[in-house]
Design a protein around this ligand. Structure first.
Ligand SMILES: Nc1ncnc2c1ncn2[C@@H]1O[C@H](COP(=O)(O)OP(=O)(O)O)[C@@H](O)[C@H]1O
Ligand SMILES: [Mg+2]
Length: 237
């Protein structure tokens, strides 16, 4: 499998907010079936990389999906190519029910990998019990599950999940980790932005560390664990 084109290949990507140059040449690959963790301190540009991949910030460089160059594409085209995105704020639609939020994730050309309402509800009975409830009243953990399930209903090959465990209690963090593992078992790859290093290192197949808008480390969780210089320079607070 390592000979085939990666599902996602990011090369020398730069991104800008107006005059502010935030990404300075990011390189990163996600291969089929992998959970890849992207670590780094706050403000280094991890969320901006997700937005650059989704084409919602101004970007330069090469972003390939299954070998196809996408740097000139629009956000809806990225979704159509099979890239799902769960942003940091979870983007739940208040005023809509849990079920309406899920249905909004459905995609006209959803394929065999797409999650269905039945699959979501069998996985998360608490969402089924609250299917007719305004999604805004859910707990933080339930909102995160809902946001991830909504992304899965479009049948993506890859999802970008930005800090899913932010603000969640340890028990719920464990549920998020289990859902991420379940997602990859169902054939969907994951790019996971995380602050919780222990959890990320436990479930990731490969780890990147970002510092000041660049990739500063690429390796296995084990290689990162023994790379004290990288940990000290780029991860410890
Ligand atoms: N909408 C924005 N406009 C201008 N600057 C931004 C915006 N969003 C983020 N930034 C800046 O870009 C840098 C990277 O931010 P971000 O990608 O959110 O980092 P991370 O997700 O790693 O915490 C930070 O310096 C941040 O202040
Ligand atoms: Mg962020």
């Amino acid at each position: 499998m390592s000979d085939s084109a990666p599902l996602l290949s990011v090369r020398d990507v730069h991104a800008y907010y107006g005059l502010s140059h935030v990404l300075h040449g990011v390189d990163l690959d996600v291969r089929e079936g992998q959970i890849v963790a992207l670590l780094g301190r706050n403000g280094v540009g991890r969320s901006t990389l997700c937005k650059a991949i989704m084409a919602i910030v101004e970007r330069e460089g090469s972003i390939r999906i299954k070998g196809q160059e996408t740097s000139q594409m629009m956000p809806h085209q990225m979704a159509r190519l099979g890239v799902g995105y769960v942003p940091e704020d979870r983007a739940i639609f208040p005023g809509l029910t849990v079920e309406q939020n899920l249905i909004l994730g459905q995609h006209a050309n959803a394929g065999p990998k797409s999650w269905t309402l039945d699959k979501v509800y069998s996985q998360f009975p608490s969402l089924e019990r609250r299917r007719d409830t305004d999604a805004d009243v859910l707990s933080g953990g339930e909102k995160q599950m809902l946001a991830m399930c909504r992304a899965l209903m479009s049948g993506p090959d890859l999802i970008l999940v930005d800090e899913p465990t932010e603000g969640l209690a340890p028990l719920i963090v464990e549920q998020v980790a289990e859902l991420l593992a379940e997602i990859t078992r169902s054939g969907v790859s994951v790019l996971l932005i995380e602050q919780k290093l222990t959890m990320a290192m436990r479930i990731a197949d490969h780890v990147y560390v970002m510092g000041h808008g660049r990739t500063v480390f690429s390796g296995s969780p084990e290689e990162l664990r023994i790379d004290h210089d990288t940990c000290k320079a780029w991860l410890e607070v």
